[in-house]
Design a protein around this ligand. Sequence first.
Ligand code: AKG
Ligand code: FE2
Length: 272
Amino acid sequence: MQDNATLIDYIQQEMKVQIDDKIDPSKPRVRPVPRPGYAFRDNDRIQFQSRDFATMLWNKCGLRDRWTELWQHPKTGLDALYGDSVAITDRGMSGRHQPKARIRRAVGLSRNIRMYRYQNGQSFGAHYDESVTDMNDDEEGDGQETVSEYTVLIYLNGDKDSDLIGGETVFYPKGKKTTTSAVTGTGTGRQAMKKGAKGSKSSSAGVSEQADKDSNSASSMFYTLPNGGVAVKPQQGLLLVHKHGDECMLHEGLIVERGYKYVLRTDVVYEP
Ligand SMILES: O=C(O)CCC(=O)C(=O)O
Ligand SMILES: [Fe+2]
C-alpha cells in the first residue's frame, strides 16, 4: 500500500481501537451456532457506513492509481485472470443481436467498512463473497447506483509485528476441496491438521512453504497447500484484492492459532 505506515497507523487508531473498545477480547466468547447455508464464522467484527472513510482509503491505499494497470496488465492483470468480465459487460444483448462491449468504470471503495478481529481458535469458513448493489442515497450521495466487484482485505498485523500464528486466507481453485483446517507449528515444518467432520479425527498433510526468506517477496506472502489451495499470510499493510460475485473463488480464513488477526474489509465498486 502507498503511504503504508501513516495509513496503517490511522486505521489502527480509528478502528482497531474501536473494536477492542466495543468487544473486550478478554471476555468469554459465545461460539455462534452454525447456520445452514452460511459459512461458519466466529470472528468479532464491527461494521459502519462511511463514504468519507472509503474515499480516503481509495485515494491513499494505492488502488485508485493502480486500478487500470492492475486489470489491464497482460500477464498478471485481473483481465488476464478473469477475462473481459471485469471491465466489459455485455449489456444490451437481446435476441440474435451481438452483445455490445462496454467499459465499466471503477467508482471507488464501498462505504460499507468492516473490521474483523480473530483470536485463538477463531476462523471464517469456506465461502464465496457476493456482489452487492448499493445506492448512494444518503445526504451527501449523488444517487448513483454501484455494484461491488472485488473484495478488498487489508491486514493490519502479521507474524512479524505480533505473535500471530495462523489466520491465513486460503483460495481454492475450482473443484478443489477446502482444508477446513488448523495450521499449526512454525517455520518450514508447518503442518496442516485436517480435521474430520466433527473435528474428532485428524490426519496431517504437509504444507509446501516457499523457501524464499525475503520478507518483501511475493513468495513469502503465500504458500501452496497440498490440496491446491493458495494460502496468503497476514502481513501488516498487505492489501489483497480478489474478484467476487459470480467469479469469486472459494476461500476461507484459517483458524488463528495464537495472537490476534486484524483485518479491514471493503469492496471495489463499479458503475452498474
Ligand atoms: O479474514 C479473512 O482472511 C477472510 C475474510 C473474508 O473472506 C471476507 O471478509 O469475506
Ligand atoms: Fe470472503
